[in-house]
Design a protein around this ligand. Structure first.
Ligand code: MG
Length: 396
């Protein structure tokens, strides 16, 4: 194979091996700043690696999923959530013959725009930015990969392909996205790629199940509480059968894992089967067909009606019992106060910002620039910065 580039071989493999409706890296609409083609890697493989090496990606390690980072070593953080979602995304993409590299790249980047302190942090920033076009984590993810990462001499941002960037553009109608220049950035008349849709579902499937797992572990809910949940009844029957067969002891931890795995596997298999049927029914035979499909009328990638119903029940349960639990809320209220104090102080006195952001507010405006700084903070960096600014004596 002398003289044949690895990239050429991989692109040929994509051309032959992927389904006709899969996105192919050779057909990418490319990057804002032209770059010479890589010898070994496809365009989407490059993007995946750029995301994995970015500062924003590493910070996911210290950002809250549900439980604030320092509450315990076993709970999911945004980083482990992202890795679990990426695994599911790859599994589904492979089963459907889609482009795994694109799906994985989008999924690895999907949460980088989240501020510290989980959804409470996002609500806090949105309120603080109410008179300045608001805050929205998907638009922020685009801002990070397009502007805020600084790793290359020739351009700001990571200069990702249009397909990966479009995958981050989830809230197409958001006022924030429009104000930040992403309103019509990607042709709003065209439906999302199947790889984009798979990434969204993988995110939801991952957090439904691991949030349940974490809540059980934290004791916010018990296995007994789940009895009221029809999907769990089925899972319990399956688990009982497993134990009967293996004669194992019924340690709650193992019951929990077996049950959650059963639920998750069911959703993934349903997603693959339902999507296959929908693609056949809609006679989708090319990327052009995917783009032309009326996404709002019914997405091509979807769970069945029965599985959607079960998912909704699980989510309502999590919403009531976990996300609005006082123990979780107490942590997030603290986080909101920290963000509000930092925001006010830096907006009033931008000269106190670190050098990088002092320059940035000149360009982005003081409110947006301070918001960018705060959104990038981790759960442990934000309180530390708060202490440095407001504690009369810095703790040793
Ligand atoms: Mg997510």
């Amino acid at each position: 194979m002398d003289g044949v580039l690895g990239r050429d071989r991989q692109e040929a493999r994509e051309a032959e091996g992927l389904a006709p409706y899969a996105a192919r890296s050779a057909d990418s609409a490319g990057r804002v700043h032209a770059e010479p083609a890589d010898r070994e890697r496809t365009a989407f493989q490059i993007d995946r690696e750029r995301i994995g090496r970015s500062r924003a990606f590493r910070r996911l390690q210290y950002k809250t999923q549900v439980f604030v980072n320092h509450e315990g070593d076993y709970y999911r953080t945004r980083l482990t959530h992202t890795l679990e979602a990426a695994q599911i995304a790859r599994t589904v993409a492979r089963a459907l013959g889609l482009n795994e590299d694109l799906t994985e790249a989008v999924t690895l980047a999907h949460d980088v725009g989240h501020p510290p302190f989980g959804h409470a942090g996002e609500r806090a920033l949105r309120a603080l930015m109410a008179d300045h076009h608001g805050f929205e984590h998907n638009a922020q993810a685009l801002r990070i990969v397009d502007l805020l990462e600084r790793r290359y001499a020739a351009f700001r941002g990571l200069n990702l392909t249009r397909e990966v960037r479009e995958g981050l553009w989830k809230r197409r109608d958001s006022e924030t996205a429009r104000a930040l220049g992403y309103g019509e950035a990607f042709d709003a008349g065209r439906g999302p790629l199947l790889e984009h849709q798979v990434s969204d579902w993988a995110d939801g499937i991952a957090y439904d199940h691991h949030d349940l797992d974490d809540a059980l572990k934290a004791g916010l809910v018990t296995l007994g509480d789940l009895a009221a949940l029809p999907p769990w009844e089925e899972a319990e029957a399956f688990v009982a059968e497993q134990f009967a067969r293996a004669g194992a002891d019924r340690a709650d931890r193992v019951r929990r894992q077996e049950g959650i795995r059963f639920l998750m596997r069911g959703q993934i298999e349903d997603l693959v089967a339902t999507t296959r049927a929908r693609l056949a029914e809609a006679r989708v035979r090319s990327v052009a067909d995917v783009r032309a499909h009326d996404h709002a009328a019914g997405p091509l990638v979807s769970l069945s009606a029965a599985a959607l119903d079960r998912k909704a029940q699980l989510q309502a349960f999590l919403e009531e019992r976990v996300y609005r639990n006082a123990r979780v809320e107490r942590q997030v209220e603290k986080g909101k106060r920290v963000l509000a104090a930092l925001f006010e102080e830096f907006v009033a006195r931008p000269h106190l910002l670190p050098d990088e952001y002092r320059e940035w507010v000149d360009r982005a405006g003081v409110h947006r620039g301070v918001c960018d700084y705060l959104a990038g903070m981790t759960d442990r960096y934000a309180p530390r910065e708060h202490q440095k600014l407001f504690a009369l004596f810095e703790p040793m």
